[in-house]
Design a protein around this ligand. Structure first.
Ligand code: UFG
Length: 343
């Protein structure tokens, strides 16, 4: 049994994971409602793999439609759940949208899984659950802080839902992956990030600035208590992150059928980079200049957060293989492929 359902399968991380799963011998079945992606992503995936992957266009809150996928595709080994909204600022303006989609759809999905006796679950969480950590690097036992945004809160609730199901009489077995900052694109430039409108995230804003779509990149804050005054993050190549999901499924398979668990792992490189270091590295790797200026801090930003490469990543059998340079080169190649497109 190799079939796995990938919700949000045409999204940024979901699409890269679909490719890695298929290359590792799993049979991904993709679900998406194209709320933050588009059909062309399916072409990119099939160009890389040389074949098409089953796809269902539906909203995970649609219980009947979701149920039908489990009926037609069963038996299913497990579910990787990526479908969620992810814009921190938008979540502050419209929290109900985030509660409804991120929490509501997850409740429906877990319910349908339980009805069909599908209990293996890989959950997309985020280092946002740590809030502003008192000490860096963070480990999985670093205490969780109050969420900085409704988006972050939905990830904390999602983690709690997973834990509650594992603790319940149901036979749930889960891996919760707390992603640090995924960047870059598939090295083939067939798939990558497709931000709708002006990007919120650093790398697409940077590449769009270099491409001339945006006038200037603003570095949000130059007076933080960091070596160069800009914020520090743990940037991880999206292909490395995708491979962590393959390792997570293999981890579940290794545990044997009788064990229930919720295995939580940070997925980062173990190295923190400042915004200014990212810009300099981009310029060096691609031989291009970035038009930027230091601006005001962005409200809600964490000053610094990066992961430690600890025992959980080792238990998964995963480590980052690609560098910041690789990610920034692939991000630029993807931007070149997109050209002047401004969604
Ligand atoms: N940044 C800029 N200018 C920009 C955009 C971002 O200077 O135009 C800076 C930010 O201040 C931050 C860094 O670049 O220091 C990274 O910002 P991103 O918006 O790319 O990423 P975040 O760290 O804010 O957020 C990401 C994901 C969230 C996730 C969070 C966890 O987007 O989904 O990591 O920390 F929750």
């Amino acid at each position: 049994m190799k079939k796995v359902i990938v919700t949000g399968g045409t999204g940024y991380i979901g699409s890269h994971t679909a490719v890695e799963l298929a290359e590792a011998g799993f049979e991904p079945i993709l679900i998406d409602n194209f709320s933050n992606s588009e059909r062309s992503v399916l072409d990119g995936i099939s160009h890389i793999l040389g074949r098409e992957i089953p796809f269902y266009e539906l909203d995970c809150r649609d219980r009947a439609a979701l149920n039908q996928v489990f009926v037609s595709e069963g038996p299913i080994l497990g579910v990787l759940h990526f479908a969620a909204f992810k814009a921190v600022g938008e979540s502050v303006k419209d929290p109900l949208k985030y509660y409804d989609n991120n929490i509501g759809s997850m409740a429906v999905l877990l319910g349908v899984m339980a009805e069909h006796g599908v209990f293996n679950f890989i959950f997309s969480s985020s280092c946002t659950v740590y809030g502003s950590p008192e000490v860096n690097p963070v480990t999985e036992s670093t205490p969780l802080q109050d969420a900085n945004s409704p988006y972050g809160f939905t990830k904390q609730v999602g983690e709690q839902m997973v834990q509650d199901l594992v603790s319940s009489p149901l036979f749930f077995r889960a891996v919760t992956l707390r992603y640090f900052n995924p960047i870059g694109a598939h090295p083939s430039s067939e798939i990558g990030e497709l931000p709708a409108g002006p990007p919120n995230n650093l790398i697409p804003y940077l590449t769009q600035t270099v491409a001339g779509i945006r006038e200037e990149l603003t570095v949000f804050g130059g007076n933080y208590d960091t070596p160069d005054g800009s914020c520090i993050r743990d940037y991880i190549h999206v292909v490395d992150l995708a491979r962590a999901h393959v390792k997570a499924l293999e981890y579940v398979n290794r545990q044997g059928p009788d064990r229930k668990f919720n295995f939580i792992a940070n997925i980062g490189t173990g190295a923190g980079s400042s915004v200014l270091e990212v810009i300099k590295t981009f310029e060096r790797v691609n031989g291009l200049k970035v038009n930027y200026r230091i601006g005001d801090r962005r409200s809600g930003d964490v000053e610094q957060v990066w992961a430690t490469v600890g025992s959980r990543m080792k238990d998964l059998g995963w480590e980052a293989e690609l560098s910041l340079e690789d990610a920034l080169r692939d991000a630029w190649n993807w931007q070149v492929k997109l050209g002047q497109r401004d969604q």
